[in-house]
Structures are given as C-alpha cells and as structure tokens.
Design a protein around this ligand. Structure first.
Ligand SMILES: C[S@@+](CC[C@H](N)C(=O)[O-])C[C@H]1O[C@@H](n2cnc3c(N)ncnc32)[C@H](O)[C@@H]1O
Length: 398
C-alpha cells in the first residue's frame, strides 16, 4: 500500500464561526463529520482524499492528515516518539521540510524550540534510513508538518495544503481591510448564494466577495486557482490522479452565470484592484464594476443577494461619519432592495444598529480576532415599496 492509500484522521482548521458551513461542505463532498471544535472539523480519509479536499473546500484553512499521536511531557519525549515514525515513507530525503506548530506545554517557552526539536527528530530519522537529511526552513514550499502539543497530548500532522487555503492566489492587490477568501466564501454560503439571481456587492474593496460569489455560482473549485499544495512534495504523490481530479473539477465548472454580479466602490483604486484580482481569478468577464457611492449602485429587477461589508470603525474610518453610512444602508435597502435578501457583514455591532431595520438572522463570524455579524434583512418581494417587515431596530440587541 502506498503512503497515499493509508487512511487516517483528517482535521480541517477554519476561522471561528465557520464549522457549520464547513461541515455542510464536507458532507456534500461525501466525507463523514467525526468531530468539531469552535475552529475545526474532523473527518477521515486517505492522502488521496486530502487532495480532493484541498481542491474543493471553500471555507477550510488547511487540510491536516494525522501521522501520529503520543504522550510527550517534554522535548526529549517529543524527539523520542517522533523518531519512531517512519518519516522515510512520507518525506523524500532530497526534499525540504517546514514545521509549524500550536504548543501549550509547560516545558516549552518558545514554540520555535518545539519546531526545531520536531524537525531534528524527523531529519535525523530520515538520515539514518536513507543516508541523507532533507533541507529545512520556514518556507512552506516543500513538505509541511504541523505539531499540535497541548499538555502531554501530542499530535503530528502532514499539512497537505502547504500555504493556507485562504490564499487562493488571485488577490495580488489586497486594498484596505480585505476579507479572508475562506471567510468571504463562508459568508456567501451562509446567505444561500449558489448563483441563483443577481449578486450585488457595493463597497466591494478588493473584490473578494464578488470573486468568491462568481466561483460559487460557477461551481468552480477554488483549488483550480492554485498550482502548489503541500501534498505534491510527499513521496508517492500520484501526479496522474491529481491531473484527473483537476480535469473533473474543470468539467464540472459552468461557463456562465444565470444572474449578474455587480461590484462597486467609491474608491477608484479599489475598483481597479478588484478588476485585476478578478482577472487573475479568471472571472473578470462575469463581473460588472463601477466606481460610485454604494447608494448609486445599480440593482436590477429579478432579486438575489445584496451584500455590503462596510468599514467597522476600529481599523478604518471615523465613527461619526460611519453612523451616516450605516443609516444610509437601511435607506438603500428600502429604496432599491425590493425582492432581494439584504446582508451587512460588520465587526461593529453598535454601528450595525444604525441600519435601522430588523434583521431576520444574525450570524456570528470572526474576522481575525474581531467578532463580526452577518445580518440578514428579508426585503419585500414584488414591488419597489419599502419592505413590510422593515422597522426601526436601533436599540435591538445584535
Ligand atoms: C471593509 S472594506 C471592504 C473590503 C472587501 N470586502 C474586501 O474583501 O476587499 C470597505 C470598502 O467600502 C468602501 N466605501 C467606503 N465608503 C463608501 C461609500 N460611501 N460608497 C461606496 N464604497 C464605500 C471603501 O472604499 C472600502 O473599499
């Protein structure tokens, strides 16, 4: 049996708030959900399965394949246990190795020390079996190992993603306060966006939401945008199967969308960046861009999703000024959003109340360390009159 056919636990870390969406993605791909924490979901499978997960998952950050678990009270235990794993079956002696970790053990003050101890055990083992030790360094351009060490409980994983999956590769120009690609995808999946209707994205910034909306609408696997993954550097990487997986994903992707995607921003530099990023992602031809105030954004008849990610006031912008912006979003929804589902994604819950409409759902997310909400406003169907369920909600708890 090759290394790629061995079954093990697979853990997929993600941002807090995302596990419900990630679980749905896993189930849709035919994987069982075996465990869940606030910021990860566990399943099982082979390294070949990990390739599929890396290709298709939109909301997970990394795909970690468990290689070993053991108790370790101190660095010597760690070294001894790691030396007993047959690393020579996974890692080429002429390859390169990078170790990353999450460590909370009383004998470790600097996680870099745990990383070095881990790296030493692995390369020493390979040297003793193959006569040569792999190079090592901080770049995730070869084999990547992830060490999870809490108290005495130690787990070592192959990080089959290498670079995190949030780095899709299309965002060459990030602009101000961009959303992480995986969070943008989770937000969109939470709105129920599947390419049905139109997607309207005022305040588009670097275009992350509009680009991810196009990828979801096309059913285009995000991994098709990347040419590098950690699993490619492992011994026995089945290049032919990977090529076949990619071809299947390309066949599955639609060429066109049924609705329109309209992305606007008041800052011409943001729109220029969003256009470039969309071109890199191969979806520029599906997006309609304009430089304008959010309130002037074209909202065509037909319904769909309107999603705004305004500044929060913590990192950018002035609060008093933003109060007017958030109030204006409520007016924009009332005047132009009939027949749509309106959404505001924000990390400022006080400002969110200024929208002045009653949200039908308030879904918690975390953007870096900032607690955010995706607020949903069901707008009135069928006419351009203000939504019936729309009532002032300034003092409501979000
Ligand atoms: C938090 S950023 C959006 C980030 C975006 N989601 C991304 O991933 O890059 C907010 C954006 O709103 C834009 N903006 C601020 N005031 C605006 C207004 N009145 N009309 C339109 N856009 C505005 C800013 O230029 C900025 O690009």
């Amino acid at each position: 049996m090759t290394a790629f056919a061995t079954t093990s636990s697979i853990v997929i870390p993600c941002a807090k708030g995302i596990p419900p969406t990630l679980k749905e993605e896993l189930v849709a791909l035919g994987f069982p959900v075996l465990a869940e924490t606030v910021a990860s979901v566990a399943t099982e499978g082979t390294l070949a399965d990990s390739m599929r997960l890396n290709l298709y998952l939109r909301t997970g950050n990394r795909v970690l394949f468990l290689v070993g678990e053991f108790p370790a009270a101190n660095p010597d235990d760690l070294y001894r246990n790691l030396s007993q794993i047959a690393w020579e079956t996974w890692i080429p002696e002429d390859g390169t190795l990078c170790v990353t970790s999450a460590v909370a053990n009383p004998t470790i003050r600097d996680t870099r020390f745990a990383n070095v101890k881990c790296k030493d055990a692995v390369v020493d083992r390979i040297k003793s079996h193959c006569g040569r030790r792999p190079d090592s360094g901080p770049e995730r351009t070869g084999v990547v190992l992830f060490l999870h060490w809490r108290g005495d409980d130690c787990r070592i994983y192959l990080d089959t993603s290498g670079e995190p999956l949030s780095r899709r590769g299309y965002r060459k120009i990030p602009c101000k306060a961009p959303l992480q690609e995986t969070i943008a995808a989770a937000v969109l999946l939470t709105t129920g966006w599947e390419g049905n209707g139109h997607f309207i994205n005022p305040m588009c910034g670097s275009g992350t939401l509009a680009i991810e909306a196009a990828l979801i609408g096309l059913d285009k696997a995000p991994g098709l945008l990347r040419s590098e993954f950690g699993f490619m550097h492992l011994k026995g990487f089945p290049e032919g199967s990977w090529r076949q997986l990619r071809q299947e994903a390309k066949r599955r992707a639609q060429k066109a969308l049924s609705g329109r995607i309209i992305a606007t921003d008041i800052d011409p530099k943001a729109v220029a960046a969003a256009k470039k990023n969309a071109a890199t992602a191969g979806v520029e031809h599906l997006l309609e861009f304009a430089v304008c105030d959010y309130a002037e954004t074209l909202v065509p008849e037909g319904g769909g999703v309107i999603l705004l990610n305004p500044e929060y006031g913590e990192r950018l912008g002035k609060r008093e000024f933003l109060v007017e912006v958030y109030k204006g979003i409520g007016d924009f929804f009332k005047q132009k959003g009939s027949g749509y589902r309106g959404y505001v994604f924000t990390g400022n819950l006080e400002l969110a109340k200024k929208v002045g409409l009653r949200p039908t759902r308030r879904i918690p997310f975390f953007n870096s360390k900032i607690e955010c909400r995706l607020l949903e406003y069901e707008l009135y169907e069928g006419s351009r009159k203000p939504a019936k369920n729309v009532q002032p909600a300034e003092d409501e708890s979000l």
